[in-house]
Design a binder for this molecule. Structure first.
Ligand code: ADP
Ligand code: MG
Length: 348
């Protein structure tokens, strides 16, 4: 359904591995003092001085994590970077460098890899990240992409998953559920297109949802915001697999329980409208849908006044003693055990 923007097709064999690496990386500029040596030697050299370094890595496999039928390569490159930066943000650290490793089959011409790298380079530009290395190889079938993100933080700034106290408030940034519904819209349009390729999708009413799916952003702003508000989270995680699953991770690691309030869930109006259209319960989507890349964290209850009313942050619940369990409190004031909602069998 996406037009081929690259009518020109240059075989990557023409360039060879080193030619390709050079072609893809020749314009990358170093932005951070911590990057002593980037691309071009056997390894990159970094120096964080007295700060700590945080590292996270992810693999993206064609047909498993993305579908090129509706995921333009430029968006894929952008998203591959931002989802990794999100993991660094979830440690309350500042992302500074990435490495990018790709394996490509000969189905992809040079122009396709260039498009992928445009997205990677754009994200690196916007988030001020140094691309310091990677690996380039061939694959028998499809595209594989692995990004490692590196960040820095003072030791006392780093926030783990295990620090939540039974009296803390549970806070989420932004809104949730939209990325999952964006995927549902794209899947539906793909099926319509497969039945009749002349059917051009009309996506106007779904722009926010689709953008949340195809072009998620990393919440690098939250660390700065919390610093300004003088709030330090006690525990933090990013929402990649869905709110319910991430709450359970936080609770397990912190050895606490949680009450999550249905009426507090921050939902975009477009999500509500589209859930009605699809006849799906928006609470189920908000709780179980993944890929929002928002930050979920706990703060001491005494800090409530500092974050109250901030448009970027919503208090959605509070932690309780472990023995009280993990519950969703519905609008009807019923307590439903979170795992019993079926998040485990929820297939994406
Ligand atoms: P090696 O043989 O040591 O693996 P390579 O020839 O693969 O080295 O890589 C040469 C340099 O280019 C290294 O600095 C490596 O990190 C970098 N590099 C290789 N592939 C990529 C890529 N896809 N994106 C960014 N940098 C890359
Ligand atoms: Mg190599």
């Amino acid at each position: 359904m996406l037009e081929d923007k690259n009518p020109q097709k240059t075989s990557i064999d023409q360039l060879g591995e080193f030619g390709l690496i050079d072609h893809l990386t020749k314009n990358f500029q170093i932005k951070h003092a911590s990057t002593i040596k980037g691309i071009g030697d056997d390894a990159a050299v970094l120096n964080f001085g007295t700060n700590k370094m945080v590292v996270s890595t992810d693999f993206l496999i064609e047909g498993v994590h993305f579908d090129l039928a509706y995921m333009p390569l430029k968006h894929l490159g952008y998203k591959a970077v931002t989802v990794n930066l999100s993991d660094i943000c979830a440690m309350n650290a500042k992302p500074t460098q990435i490495t990018v490793s790709i394996a490509v089959s000969n189905r992809f011409p040079l122009e396709a890899i260039e498009e992928l790298y445009e997205g990677i380079a754009l994200a690196a530009e916007i988030y001020k990240i140094d691309i310091i290395g990677g690996d380039t190889t061939s694959s028998q079938k499809g595209l594989l992409l692995s990004i490692t993100a590196i960040g820095e933080a003072k030791e006392e700034e780093i926030v783990y998953r295990n620090g939540a106290k039974a009296t803390d408030l549970l806070v989420v940034s932004g809104d949730i559920g939209s990325a999952y519904m964006g995927l549902q819209v794209l899947e539906r349009e793909k099926q319509v297109f497969q039945v009749n390729p002349n059917n051009q999708p009309d996506l106007e009413n779904y722009t926010y949802l689709i953008e949340r799916q195809l072009k998620p952003e990393a919440r690098t702003d939250i660390k700065e915001l919390l610093e300004k508000l003088e709030v330090k989270p006690t525990a933090m995680i990013d929402i990649s697999d869905g709110l319910s699953s991430e709450i359970i991770h936080l609770c397990k690691q912190s050895e606490v329980g949680c009450n999550l309030y249905e009426e507090k869930l921050p939902l975009d109006p477009q999500l509500i409208t589209v859930c009605e259209e699809f006849k799906i319960d928006s609470t189920t989507i908000a709780i179980n849908g993944g890929e929002d890349y928002e930050l979920l964290f706990t703060i001491p209850i005494d800090d409530f006044s500092k974050i109250k009313g901030n448009p970027n942050l919503t208090v959605i619940g509070h932690m309780v003693n472990k023995k009280e369990g993990i519950h969703l409190i519905t609008r009807a004031n019923e307590a439903i055990e979170l795992k019993s909602l079926g998040w485990n069998s929820f297939t994406k």
